[in-house]
Design a protein around this ligand. Structure first.
Ligand code: AMP
Ligand code: MG
Length: 413
């Protein structure tokens, strides 16, 4: 049972976040701008692949029947009546008992039905000696054997990696409808914050969160933009949010959501009535703000400690980005691992510890902790490659037991 009644569970909060959130309206993009994105239309082949019967070897186009008696001892000799280079614009033709020199990819001349590779001939120019018979169709790539004209090439939902972009190009599609990347704008709040590049005076802290979250959002597939720092000032915050609203699909802020006197994000946005500030049964990341601004732009107000910001992002923002991208699977894959050390966890809270996941020689995983539970431990966070999840009801993990781990694999773009 929760030691802290009235908390929302992680799953409940995620359900609130995802409620009503869907894939963004499709847009048309040029192929390379669509890399990594999800196709929002079915695409059929406007022409066959290959587009014409062509040679798969450098050699001679022949009629198979003319080669059937060929051997090393008694080669078949054919007159060579011309060359067919790749890119030949006219279909050439040849009569029975003749051959044409042909290059890889060049169209098979009318009258020929096979290709004999150079290395099975004497490579003659006027006349050629063939040392082996070839079968009908041998070394010929048939028009449409890869993809017939009008056949489905890719379906809506396909992710456009390099191979899919190659296919689209090959069938003549220079632009396609895709689900756009959500534009995620990241704002750090806190009057103690200074920009990287400035040496902090006493009491100042360099803004790390906007880098963390802009990078994390990009890694999750968003087009992310680092807005920068806003001090703990009601008016300044609302002004910045109002202007960012115009160009963002998602807003993310960090800091200012706790109980403190200067927690202006919570104060300013709760007044608007469209952003809720709740406490979620997790550690770190208990204070969370979520709601909509303007014309329904989702806004996440994450706590300011960097580790809390990362854990909150993983738990709520990342799944939202994946949902907006149109992904069917929006959560990260988890693995089970052997805990190499023990840990304590508060009752009623789902604890996310930073960990280092190791692949064991015999298969399977083991995990050790990277630093303690403190949510200010940036160096330990940077040493980690996973989050270790300690469920709400578990208060102690003993060394040697199995734990659930979320590997923080890079780049899902
Ligand atoms: P807050 O959530 O605003 O109370 O901040 C909690 C802690 O996180 C404080 O120690 C802040 O200085 C620190 N913090 C807040 N925002 C950032 C940031 N953008 N980068 C690094 N540390 C931060
Ligand atoms: Mg603050």
């Amino acid at each position: 049972m929760s030691a802290d009644a009235g908390l929302r569970t992680v799953d409940e909060h995620l359900a609130v976040v995802l409620d009503g959130l869907g894939a963004l309206e499709p847009i048309e993009l040029l192929l390379l701008d669509a890399q990594g994105m999800m196709l929002a239309q079915d695409v059929v082949a406007g022409w066959p692949l290959p587009g014409f019967d062509n040679s798969s070897m450098d050699g001679y186009a022949v009629r198979a029947i003319d080669t059937r008696t060929a051997s090393e001892a008694t080669p078949v000799i054919l007159s060579v009546v011309g060359d067919v280079p790749a890119g030949a614009s006219q279909r050439s033709g040849m009569g029975p008992g003749l051959a044409m020199r042909i290059m890889t990819g060049a169209p098979i001349p009318a009258g020929a039905d096979a290709v004999i590779p150079l290395e099975d001939t004497d490579r003659g120019l006027a006349r050629v000696a063939l040392f082996h018979p070839v079968r009908t169709g041998e070394f010929v790539r048939r028009a449409g054997e890869d993809l017939p004209e009008g056949a489905p090439a890719l379906s809506a939902g396909a992710v456009l990696g390099p191979q899919q972009l190659a296919l689209l190009a090959a069938i003549g599609r220079d632009r396609v409808m895709v689900r756009p990347r959500p534009r995620v704008h990241v704002i750090s709040t806190g009057s103690e914050l200074v920009d990287v590049g400035t040496t902090p005076s006493f009491g100042q802290v360099v803004d790390a969160n906007s880098y963390l979250l802009t990078a994390a959002a990009r890694d999750a597939g968003a087009d992310s933009y680092r807005v920068g720092i806003v001090p703990d000032d009601h008016r300044r915050l609302l002004d910045v949010l109002e202007s960012e609203l115009l160009r963002a699909d998602v807003l993310v802020t960090t800091g200012g959501v706790s109980m403190g006197a200067y927690d202006v994000v919570k104060q300013a946005l709760s007044e608007l009535g469209t952003v809720d500030f709740v406490r979620v049964a997790m550690q770190p990341g208990k204070p969370q703000g979520f709601g909509q601004l303007g014309h329904g732009v989702p806004i996440f107000c994450l706590p300011g400690n960097p580790v809390s910001a990362l854990v909150s992002f993983e738990a709520f923002v990342r799944p939202a980005i994946r949902r907006m991208l149109g992904k069917s699977v929006i959560g990260r894959a988890v693995v089970q691992a052997l805990a190499l050390e023990g840990a304590q966890s508060p009752p009623g809270l789902r604890q996310y510890r930073r960990g280092v996941l190791h692949r064991e020689a015999h298969g399977g995983y083991s995990v050790s902790f990277a630093g303690g539970p403190g949510s200010h431990l940036i160096a330990a966070m940077a040493a980690a490659n996973c989050l270790v999840v300690i469920d709400e009801e578990v208060t102690e993990v003993v060394a040697g037991s199995r734990v659930t781990v979320i590997p923080l694999l890079l780049s899902q773009r």
